[in-house]
Every structure is written in structure tokens, then in C-alpha cells.
Design a protein around this ligand. Structure first.
Ligand SMILES: NC(=O)c1ccc[n+]([C@@H]2O[C@H](COP(=O)([O-])OP(=O)(O)OC[C@H]3O[C@@H](n4cnc5c(N)ncnc54)[C@H](OP(=O)(O)O)[C@@H]3O)[C@@H](O)[C@H]2O)c1
Length: 230
């Protein structure tokens, strides 16, 4: 698999979450680009970055942690692309599967058919009993839609991911980090790489965010440049 649409964030003007939502809306409503296509490109970009990690020569064990919103949908799409490449993928969801809706639910459906193991998180102890330490973790718990203090079980999931001490690839934003300010009010995922969608978010380039964001890459997921009003 080779992808050319993931680049360094250098030289790109960061956007606020509000601006990003407007770009998203413009792409979908004005330019009729289906949100599902944007989500699928996002997942594929994340999968392409996971492929770069060791062991390069054989298939990897990858755990993909998915939240209940569209960030989780990015994770489902990444899980599918990785599974189709033959990697040993396990998906861990923060919410029951029947609470997934919209485009994220569409991305979830093929995982069931492909028999990708789907684990609904109950407790860290239970999860650690059923899941060995993976080679790479994908954090798709919370993106730009995160609001307020972390609600259960997100904090526990973040601690679990960090505890494994294996490389984490964050989809869009490391969970727990404020995408506008770069602040971490409680705790956040310590990503090795963050693959942010479309444009770097202001919080990701803040100095204080460096230790959580890791290397920042930007994925071109198909926003028309005109939608950004630049
Ligand atoms: N066009 C698109 O749709 C598109 C394109 C590309 C990428 N994306 C991805 O979608 C993301 C934005 O999706 P989104 O707006 O659905 O938001 P999100 O970042 O997925 O967050 C929303 C989800 O997180 C939960 N949540 C919010 N704050 C929380 C907290 N403090 N503690 C625990 N749970 C919390 C919400 O639960 P409740 O609903 O219960 O509040 C909801 O399930 C982006 O970051 C990007 O990754 C979307």
C-alpha cells in the first residue's frame, strides 16, 4: 500500500475547531462531498501511517480504540484498511456498538462481516486478560468534538493505551487534548504520531502540546481548497 496524501504540517496555517467545522460543512453541503468519503480517506491515511511502524517485514498486531462519534468512525475505517492488508486488528470501543450512528455505523458494518474482533470496553482488567500488548495502537477515541471533563470510560482507556508503552498513532487529535488550546486538563494520549485531518488544528501546534502530539502529520482527505476560504 502506498499513500502520498500524508504530509508534514510545516508551513500550513493552523485552524480552530470552529473553522474546521465550517470547512467540513462547506465541503459536505456546498460541494456535495459525502462525509463518509472524508471519513474513509481519514481512516486510510491513519492506516498508512500505522504501516510505517515496525515490524515492517511481517504483519502487525494493531489495537484500534474507537469512541462513539466520528473520530471513532475514522478508527473503524483505519481498522478495515489494516485488516484488509492482513494485519491482526482488534477494535476496542468505548461505547456499545448499537450506539454508533451515521457514517461511523457505516464504517463499522464491514468490520463485522470481515470478522474483525470487536471488544466493547468493560474494564481495564477484563481487556488486559483478552488482549496482548499490540505492536501499534490507534487512538480514535475523541477528536474535535470532545467537550468538558472526560466521562467514563475514556480516562481509563487513555491510561491503558499509555500504559502499554507502544507507539500510538492518534487520529486527528490525541484524546484528552484540547484541539484549540493544546491544554490537557486531565490526561491525554501520548501519541508517537498524530495524523490530523485536512488542516493542523491550533492546539496541536501549541508548544505545550508537543509531548502529547508527537510528530504531526496532515492528511489530505479531500477537502476542496476553496472550502477553506483561502
Ligand atoms: N466529515 C466528517 O464527518 C469528518 C471528516 C473527517 C474527520 N472526521 C473526524 O470526526 C471528528 C469529529 O467528530 P465528532 O464531531 O463526532 O466528534 P468526536 O471527536 O468523535 O467526539 C464526539 C464523541 O465523543 C463523545 N464525547 C465528547 N466529549 C466527551 C468527553 N468529555 N468525555 C467522553 N466522551 C465525550 C461524544 O459523546 P456524546 O455524544 O454522548 O456527547 C461523542 O460520542 C474529527 O476529529 C475527525 O477525527 C469527521
Amino acid at each position: 500500500m502506498s499513500f502520498s496524501h500524508v504530509t508534514s504540517a510545516e508551513g500550513l496555517r493552523p485552524v480552530s475547531v470552529k473553522e474546521m467545522r465550517r470547512i467540513d460543512r462547506t465541503a459536505i453541503e456546498r460541494y456535495k462531498i459525502p462525509g463518509l468519503i472524508l471519513m474513509d480517506h481519514a481512516g486510510r491515511a491513519v492506516a498508512s501511517v500505522v504501516e510505517r511502524f515496525r515490524p515492517r517485514t511481517r504483519k502487525k498486531a494493531v489495537s484500534v480504540f474507537c469512541g462513539g462519534g466520528n473520530n471513532g468512525g475514522d478508527g473503524f475505517a483505519a481498522a478495515r484498511y489494516l485488516a484488509l492488508q492482513g494485519h491482526r486488528v482488534t477494535v476496542v470501543t468505548a461505547v456499545p456498538l448499537d450506539r454508533t450512528s451515521g457514517d461511523a455505523a457505516t464504517e463499522l458494518a464491514p468490520l463485522r462481516e470481515l470478522k474483525v474482533p470487536l471488544i466493547v470496553f468493560k474494564s481495564s482488567q477484563k481487556l488486559l486478560e483478552s488482549l496482548d500488548r499490540p505492536h501499534v495502537v490507534v487512538d480514535a477515541l475523541l477528536g474535535t468534538g470532545a467537550q468538558g471533563p472526560l466521562r467514563p470510560p475514556y480516562r481509563e482507556l487513555i491510561d491503558l493505551m499509555n500504559g502499554w508503552k507502544c507507539p500510538v498513532v492518534a487520529a486527528d487529535v490525541p484524546s484528552g487534548l484540547d484541539a484549540d488550546t493544546g491544554e490537557v486538563p486531565e490526561t491525554a494520549v501520548r501519541a508517537r504520531v498524530t495524523v490530523t485531518m485536512g488542516y493542523p488544528k491550533k492546539g496541536l501546534v501549541a508548544r505545550r502540546a508537543r509531548r502529547w502530539v508527537g510528530r504531526l502529520l496532515v492528511a489530505d482527505i479531500g477537502f476542496p481548497q476553496i472550502a477553506s476560504g483561502r
